[in-house]
Design a protein around this ligand. Structure first.
Ligand code: PLP
Length: 379
């Protein structure tokens, strides 16, 4: 079924930061499945976890506990400081679960409150509710009628949030860095003020860390940079390193689902959670995270250098989720030009290039990527 136009390339193999097509050409991959392959293509950690778990048990039923599910849940609650986990298969499904949980909590603990405050340019997924929560301008009139109950305000405008909170408000939901919007960060100051405001007014803070979580910004979770903790947290993308896995985490007092409210056939299946455990364990090593932070700083500095050299715009983001503003709508032209030179790059907005390599990308690979981008910008 047509869903998007794709280039005339068929990929047949991947290793680390590299992909190989059916014609034998190699590509340096700075998209990595849209910040999904956190350990690169086909890492040993994932191959081993898949092979070992496939020998033990692949699927039981979400009506029973299984061992890898418990192991990963314990690891995630230890790392995040939250208490409960629900596993899902995609980011949108995790956010859908977070929205349901916030509404359930509002209906039982806050006098029937059901509204969720969301932000302009937000991206929370492609189910009906998550598209309705998103603020992508192109989606404004798509798939009407939208799911109701979302109140939209401007990014980084704490006063607007304050004014929007009322008795019907259950939660405020945001991505701490809006990835699909072009790597647009909320300020640390805003995140701290928002935590204080939601505490003060008794509404939930829901962080969608599907793109920023699991080491992408040099910390396990972006909220650590602000020294805050959400009431509900969603994770996806990098948590499975390439396999379909996502999660909703919440504080004990917020975990109000009753039997039958939430579930799904594949949710928490041992094959995926065994991979998730191996991936999260590897990324949560302090040396691994320190390396992400250091390589992120290096990449950002080099991108600022490119920007100066070619008279481009700002460099945004944190760790290995970075964007370079081109200052003019040259994004897709640049993506095509670098692709012809063997580099896969993404342009989420017409004037923006986004960099989301494997978290274990090497300096040599970063330098090679910069060389190709520099050559493409020079023409
Ligand atoms: N939330 C954020 C912040 C995302 O970046 C994405 C995907 O890009 C999603 C949710 C949706 O995740 P998925 O595509 O796995 O449904």
């Amino acid at each position: 079924m047509f869903i998007t136009s794709r280039p005339d390339i068929v990929f047949v193999r991947g290793q680390g930061s590299w992909l190989y097509d059916s014609e034998g050409r190699e590509y340096l991959d700075f998209i990595q499945g849209w910040a999904v392959n956190s350990l690169g293509h086909c890492p040993k950690v994932i191959r081993d976890a898949l092979a070992n778990q496939a020998e033990i048990v692949i699927n039981v039923s979400p009506a029973f506990y299984n061992e890898p599910m418990q192991r990963l849940a314990n690891l995630l609650t230890d790392l995040s400081g939250l208490d409960r986990v629900f596993f899902a298969n995609s980011g949108a499904e995790a956010n859908e679960g977070a929205i349901k949980l916030a509404r359930k909590w509002g209906s039982s603990k806050r006098g029937g409150a059901s509204e969720i405050i969301v932000f302009e340019d937000a991206f929370h997924g492609r189910t009906l509710a998550t598209m309705s929560a998103s603020g992508k301008p192109q989606w404004k009139d798509l798939f009407e009628p939208k799911v109701g109950g979302f109140v939209r305000v401007r990014r980084n405008d704490i006063q607007a949030v304050r004014e929007a909170i009322g008795p019907r408000t259950a939660a405020v939901m945001l991505e701490p860095i809006q990835g699909e919007a072009g790597v647009m960060p909320f300020t640390i100051e805003f995140l701290r003020e928002l935590r204080d405001l939601t505490d003060e007014t008794g509404v939930l803070l829901v962080l969608d860390e599907i793109q920023t979580g699991i080491g992408r910004t040099g910390r396990m979770f972006y909220f650590e940079h602000a020294g805050i903790r959400p009431d509900i947290l969603t994770l996806g993308k990098g948590i499975g390193g390439g396999v379909p896995l996502a999660a909703v985490l919440a504080r004990e007092a917020v975990s109000v689902f009753e039997a039958g409210d939430q579930g799904g056939t594949f949710n928490g299946n041992p094959l995926m959670t065994a991979v998730g455990y191996a991936v999260v364990k590897e990324i949560s090593r302090p040396e691994f995270l320190a390396n992400v932070e250091a390589n992120g700083e290096y990449l950002a500095a080099q991108l600022r250098g490119l920007s100066e050299k070619f008279g481009l715009g700002e460099v945004r983001g944190h760790g290995l989720l970075l964007a370079l503003d081109l200052g003019k709508p040259d994004g897709s032209r640049t993506v095509t030009a670098v692709q012809e030179r063997g580099l896969l790059l993404n342009s989420p907005r017409p004037a923006t290039l986004r960099f989301m390599p494997a978290l274990n990308v090497t300096r040599a690979e970063i330098d090679k990527m910069l060389g190709i981008v520099g050559a493409a910008l020079a023409i």
